[in-house]
Design a protein around this ligand. Structure first.
Ligand code: ZN
Length: 411
């Protein structure tokens, strides 16, 4: 693939390597366990670059968003810690913004209503915008008003006409997945009331770089933001960051509080401090990005050595979970059913399928009890404590728990 990317923020040609992970299928494209489906699986280069001009880390878009999100298999409500995160957010934001019965909260990529349900409990009207029709239908069944569509300028104009402007506009873990960033951000500007606040959560690039988290790179994740790059993109649409919070979700995220630049107060001390931290940690220097490929390759070596050692000891291994990040990791390491006979996952939407690329079968969690493996490798390492509690029963037969990221270790 020799197509030169045009930077999603500043439109400069992007050619500087950040991390080349080889060819890989879409990380959320779980396959039916049939030879036909497996034989027809498409692969695309998974290669992240960094823009020399604005420093946005990004991958090229190889698949249309309809293909990626049309029947998206991820249901937020399957993670109890994620629900707790949502509930805590609602508890703090409602009084902070003085939201009530005459307010409107709009969430972009509202999934199955995992977040908006907590606003409804408090009597605050909501509107979800969710591109995956099957996921939007689940939200509607729960009583969460949801429009099944992609968000951008056109959607924002129509939705604002129909429902009014948003006093709070929520964009959690969506902005990285947006192929046309400027259309999306301009849509936010349209949707946001004059005195409204938008909150944007995204995995922070500093944590990706410093943690060597190459497994959080996948095709569906087009952009990897620092505060520096996202502030730049927002300012191009007259939106300003007024405050921020650091979160532990997804291995380290930022939550930005954003308002129309014309009516926004100056940035808080948190924002100023964080800008300084990105400079101090060399996130604004290209050589920081140049070192990343070597880190990913070293970690791949660690995983392969570990599996070879387990094999030599005659130990049997299984995985837990089927997250997108696990697929990036397994595929970059070149692993398959000969290395890992199966994984287990709570989501019935993933069971009886195989993982993309590695074609490792996905079983129900109960399968662990029947099979009694010696080692359970937890792929969603960001949820390792929650999962370790859930499957504490594996200790009954002496199984060990492990994670491979950020570093290979027991869980
Ligand atoms: Zn750029």
């Amino acid at each position: 693939m020799t197509t030169i990317l045009s930077c999603r923020v500043c439109a400069a040609p992007v050619t500087r390597n950040f991390c080349d992970l080889g060819e890989s299928p879409l990380a959320n494209a779980y396959l039916p366990a049939t030879a036909e489906a497996i034989g027809a699986e498409p692969r695309f280069p998974l290669h992240a670059y960094v823009c020399d001009r604005c420093l946005l880390v990004q991958v090229g878009a190889f698949a249309p968003p309809e293909q990626i999100f049309g029947e998206y298999a991820y249901f937020s409500s399957f993670s109890s810690s994620w629900l707790e995160h949502a509930r805590t957010y609602v508890e703090s934001i409602v009084p902070r913004l003085g939201l009530g019965v005459s307010s409107l909260v709009v969430e972009v990529a509202s999934n199955d209503g995992y977040l908006l349900q907590y606003f409804l409990e408090r009597g605050v009207p909501v509107l979800g915008v969710e591109p995956a029709a099957n996921v939007a239908a689940v939200a509607t069944e729960k009583g969460v008003r949801t429009e099944a569509r992609f968000f951008g300028v056109e959607a924002a104009r129509e939705l604002r006409d129909r429902y009014g402007a948003a006093d709070l506009l929520v964009a959690n873990n969506v902005i990285a997945h947006v192929p046309d960033l400027h259309d999306f951000i301009d849509g936010m500007r349209f949707m946001l009331a004059d005195d409204g606040t938008a909150t944007i959560e995204f995995p922070h690039l500093l944590r990706l770089v410093e943690g060597g988290l190459f497994d959080t790179i996948y095709h569906e994740h087009f952009s990897y933001f620092s505060l520096h790059t996202l502030e730049r993109a927002l300012s191009m649409h007259e939106l300003a960051v007024v405050d921020l919070e650091e979160l532990e979700t997804h291995g380290g995220s930022l939550r930005l509080f954003v308002r129309h630049a014309g009516s926004a107060p100056g940035p808080s001390a948190h924002v100023e401090a964080f800008r300084a931290r990105e400079v101090e940690r060399r996130l604004l220097e290209t050589r920081t990005y140049d070192a990343f490929q070597g880190v990913a390759e070293r970690k791949r070596g660690d995983v392969r050595d570990w599996l070879a050692q387990l094999r030599a000891e005659g130990k049997r291994i299984a995985c837990y979970g089927a997250p997108a990040k696990g697929n990036t990791l397994l595929n970059f390491c070149g692993l398959g059913v000969h290395d890992i006979p199966y994984t287990v996952d709570k989501s019935p939407y993933k069971q009886r399928h195989v993982l993309p690329g590695s074609h490792i079968p996905i079983e129900a969690p109960e399968h662990l009890r029947d099979d009694r493996p010696d080692v359970v490798w937890i792929l969603p390492w960001n949820l390792r404590d929650e999962i370790a509690r859930e499957i504490a029963y594996v200790r009954e037969w002496g199984a060990q728990l492990a994670v491979a990221m950020p570093e290979l270790r027991g869980a």
